[in-house]
Design a protein around this ligand. Structure first.
Ligand code: NAD
Ligand code: TYD
Length: 341
C-alpha cells in the first residue's frame, strides 16, 4: 500500500508514520508537510535513517499542483495537516481557515481525480462543542464548535461529508479526544506542564482548573487510525477515546507527583499558578467510542497512568528535543535549511 500522509512532521502524524511502518513492513509512506512552527523533522530522524520506503516532501496541502502530482499512484490519503492549537486560533484564525478548510478542500479535489481507495480526515471531538457534567459525544451528536480552531475542523469535516455524498468519494472521518505522548509540541497542556516543572517554571492553569478533557495516549490513536484504514466503512464517522476523563488541576497534580517520584526530589504544587481563563473555554469533553470498538474491534492499550508514565519518561530522556523548541533553535535551523525568511 502507498500512503500519502499530510502533516506527518507534527505530533500525531510522526507517531503514526512510525507506527504504520513498524506494523506494515511493505507499506510506502510519502510525508507532505509544510513545516510550520509545529512541524519538526527531528520527530522522524530515526525513520528517515532506517526506512527506504519513507520519503519527505516539504509543501502545503493547499498547493493543488503539488498535491495533484503527489497523489498519483497513491492508495490512501491520511490528512493530519492542520493548525491545531486553540489559543493561537483565538489570537488569529487566518492560518486555521487557510489550512484546515481551504487546504482540506484542495486535498479533496486532488484526491478525487486520483483513484484512491481511502481518504481519512483526522478530526477532533472538539467539533461537538462542550458537555455539561454528564453525557458523552457520539457520532450522532450535532456539530457545535465553539473555538475558531474547532469551527475550522468542523468545516473540513462537512466538506469531506459532502464530497462523499456528491462524488461517492471514499472519505472517512476520525474524531479523537485529547492526545498526549512523545513529540507533542510543548505549547499543549501535558508537555507544557511536564517541561515547565522540569525547568522550575510556573504551571499556568486556566480559570478554576476544573475543565475536563478525555485523554488518550497517542499510540492508541494511531492503532485506531490503522483499524479505520483497513476496516473502516467509507462515508462513516468514528469517535476515538480512551475513557480517561480528568480535571486539568488533577492532571497537573499527578504530573508533579510522578516527576517527584522519578527524580527522587520534591516538585511542589506551589509551581501551580491560576491564570485568567481562555476565552470561550469548553468545559468538558468526553467521547463515546462504542462504535469503533464494536464495529472495528479496536480498543486502547494504555490507561492514563501507564500512558503518562511513558510520556514523562520520554520528556526526561529527550530534553534536548524540547529545549531546542522552547529556545527557538529549530526554527532558525529550518529557515537556514530552506532559505526562508
Ligand atoms: P501538530 O500541530 O503537532 O502538527 C500539525 C502538522 O501539520 C505540522 O507538522 C505542520 O507543519 C503541518 N501543517 C500545518 N499546516 C500545513 C499545511 N498547510 N500543509 C502541510 N502541512 C501543514 O498537530 P497534531 O497535534 O499532531 O494534530 C494532528 C491532527 O490531529 C490535526 O488535524 C488535529 O486537528 C487532530 N487532532 C489533534 C488532537 C490532539 O490532542 N493533538 C486531538 C484530536 C485531533
Ligand atoms: P490544550 O492542550 O490546549 O487542548 P484543548 O484546548 O484543545 O483541549 O488544553 C487542554 C486543557 O488544558 C484545556 O482545558 C485548556 C487547559 N490549559 C491550561 O489550563 N493551561 C495551559 O497553559 C494550556 C495550554 C491549556
Amino acid at each position: 500500500m502507498i500512503l500519502l500522509i499530510t502533516g506527518g512532521a507534527g505530533f500525531i502524524g510522526s507517531n503514526f508514520i512510525r507506527y504504520i511502518l513498524k506494523h506494515h513492513k511493505n507499506y510506502k509512506v510519502i510525508n507532505l508537510d509544510k513545516l510550520t512552527y509545529a512541524g519538526n523533522l527531528e520527530n522522524l530522524r530515526d525513520i528517515d535513517k532506517s526506512y527506504k520506503t519513507y520519503s519527505f516532501v516539504k509543501g502545503d496541502i493547499a498547493d493543488r499542483r503539488l498535491v495533484n502530482r503527489l497523489v498519483k499512484g497513491v492508495d490512501a490519503v491520511i490528512n493530519f495537516a492542520a493548525e491545531s492549537h486553540v489559543d493561537r486560533s483565538i489570537i488569529d484564525s487566518s492560518d486555521f481557515i487557510q489550512t484546515n478548510v481551504v487546504g482540506t478542500q484542495a486535498l479533496l479535489e486532488a484526491a478525487i481525480s486520483a483513484k484512491i481507495t481511502r481518504y481519512i480526515q483526522i478530526s477532533t471531538d472538539e467539533v461537538y462543542g462542550s458537555l455539561g457534567k454528564s453525557g458523552y459525544f457520539t457520532e450522532k451528536t450535532p456539530l457545535a464548535p465553539n473555538s475558531p480552531y474547532s469551527a475550522s475542523k468542523a468545516a473540513g469535516d462537512v466538506l469531506v461529508r459532502a464530497y462523499c455524498h456528491t462524488h461517492k468519494f471514499p472519505g472517512i472521518i476520525a474524531r479523537c479526544s485529547n492526545n498526549y505522548g512523545s513529540y507533542q509540541f510543548p505549547e499543549k497542556f501535558i508537555p507544557l506542564m511536564i517541561t515547565n516543572a522540569l525547568e522550575n517554571k510556573p504551571l499556568p492553569i486556566y480559570g478554576d482548573g476544573l475543565n475536563v478533557r478525555d485523554w488518550i495516549y497517542v499510540d492508541d490513536h494511531c492503532s485506531a487510525i490503522d483499524a479505520i484504514l483497513h476496516k473502516g466503512k467509507v462515508g462513516e464517522v468514528y469517535n476515538i477515546g480512551g475513557n480517561s476523563e480528568r480535571k486539568n488541576i488533577d492532571v497537573v497534580k499527578i504530573i508533579l507527583k510522578k516527576i517527584s517520584k522519578r527524580l527522587s526530589m520534591p516538585f511542589s504544587t506551589s509551581l501551580i499558578k491560576f491564570v485568567p481563563d481562555r476565552k470561550g473555554h469548553d468545559r468538558r469533553y468526553a467521547i463515546d467510542s462504542t462504535k469503533i470498538r464494536k464495529e472495528l474491534g479496536w480498543k486502547p492499550g494504555y490507561n492514563f497512568d501507564k500512558g503518562l508514565d511513558t510520556t514523562i519518561d520520554w520528556y526526561l530522556k529527550n530534553k534536548e528535543w524540547w529545549q531546542k523548541i522552547k529556545s527557538g533553535e529549530y526554527k532558525r535551523y529550518y529557515k537556514k535549511m530552506y532559505r526562508e525568511g
